[in-house]
Design a protein around this ligand. Structure first.
Ligand SMILES: O=P(O)(O)O[C@@H]1C[C@H](O)[C@@H](CO)O1
Ligand SMILES: Nc1nc2[nH]cnc2c(=O)[nH]1
Length: 356
């Protein structure tokens, strides 16, 4: 049985132990906390006062304390970035986040230096099928890149700041361009399964509900308190991608549109999909938006696309087999990985040539 205590609970308990809130009756009684545990608590409160920390404490394993950051202070992100740049001997310029089933984007990287997430200090772990959980650093089309084979989603239980924390790691590693990819349901009736939608805007449904990766104290070393998000998706990169798609002969499978992220893990109801369509959303998923917000906050250039892995039913009369499922999402991503890889690698080549 794990006991989860928020920093706030720690803080109040430090001043007034009996007021410690223990919600579940089967957790350890307060007066049985070992003194070492209390001592560690006071250290944590005063060291990390500006960040929210969750502690996992297992009574079965003597005094074993695991710190899990919910909001990452600059210094911790810097430490993770140092670990990666020193470990790889590189300062990558382009960051790639591989969507569900699109991990092969990272397999294109040459001379890869691979970091398993669980071996990176203070890094979360991937829990979703199709997200391998490794960071791959190397070169692609001459450019230095780092790719996340596995992202973090809100529905995995991670707060948004933690989901998009790796984007800040990328920034401190030297990354200037973020390439974010995802698997998404197509709401726009013109979209077919296997099409690619270049994102030119988003509707942040989690933001509508008062949730943001930038919530909490702002560290100006990352960016401003109130970042503007108009023009978040780089127009030049979208135009270049369209040209590349033409050269690849896949322009009829390419669209430009609006993506929306919902919390998941459930797929949407028909009423929700109708509402999203009325709002001008073309594709729906469970990621990317908070990564883009974090990237724009720290002034990275963003290119993002959705692979349409299923068509969303927007009418009650739509066929039952229109229902989304993760196996189908993975299968479509596997089928289309070649086109996605080519699009990404050609665009990276253009960026590299333009800056050479
Ligand atoms: O990581 P992405 O956004 O590509 O993954 C999508 C959203 C869910 O994680 C999953 C649902 O099938 O695919
Ligand atoms: N929310 C959501 N995410 C997806 N990822 C892949 N397909 C879908 C979908 O239909 N809805």
């Amino acid at each position: 049985m794990y006991l989860f205590c928020s920093l706030w609970e720690f803080h109040s308990s430090f001043h007034c132990l009996p007021s410690w809130r223990v919600d579940k009756k089967d957790l350890w009684p307060v007066n049985m906390y070992p003194p070492k545990f209390i001592a560690v608590h006071s250290y944590i409160v005063y060291t990390f006062i500006s960040s929210k920390i969750t502690l996992q404490y297992s009574p079965k394993q003597d005094v074993k304390l695991i710190l899990v950051f919910d909001r990452y202070p600059y210094e911790v992100i810097e430490e993770i970035a140092d670990f990666i740049t020193k470990g790889s001997g590189m300062r990558p310029k382009i960051g790639i986040i591989c969507g569900s089933g699109l991990g092969s984007l990272a397999d294109m990287i040459q001379d890869p230096k691979i970091f398993e997430y669980e071996k990176i200090p203070n890094f979360p772990v991937s829990t979703v099928e199709g997200h391998a959980g490794r960071l791959v650093v190397g070169t692609l089309e001459g450019a230095t890149v780092m790719a996340m084979q596995g992202r973090f989603h809100f529905y995995e239980g991670y707060p948004l700041a933690k989901c998009s924390m790796p984007v800040r790691v990328m920034k401190l590693c030297g990354v200037e361009y973020l390439f974010a990819t995802n698997a998404a349901g197509g709401i726009n009736p013109r979209f077919a399964v296997g099409d690619i939608m270049l994102m030119h805007d988003h509707v942040n449904m989690l933001g509508f509900a008062g949730n943001s990766p930038l919530q909490g104290p702002n560290d100006p070393r990352f960016g401003p308190r109130f970042p503007a998000l108009v023009n978040s998706y780089n127009k030049d990169l979208i135009n270049k991608a369209i040209e590349i798609a033409k050269a690849m002969g896949i322009e009829s499978n390419i669209h430009v549109g609006v993506y929306s992220c919902l919390g998941g893990p459930n797929y949407e109801t028909i009423a929700e999909l109708k509402a999203l369509r009325m709002m001008g959303v073309d594709a729906v998923g469970m990621s990317t938006v908070h990564e883009v917000i974090t990237a724009r906050h720290c002034d990275m250039k963003v290119f993002a696309f959705s692979l349409i892995t299923n068509k969303c039913a927007t009418e009650y009369s739509d066929k039952k087999d229109d229902e989304a499922n993760h196996d189908e999402v993975m299968a479509v991503a596997k089928n289309r990985q070649k086109a996605c890889c080519e699009l990404v690698s050609r665009l990276i080549r253009e960026i590299h040539l333009a800056s050479a």
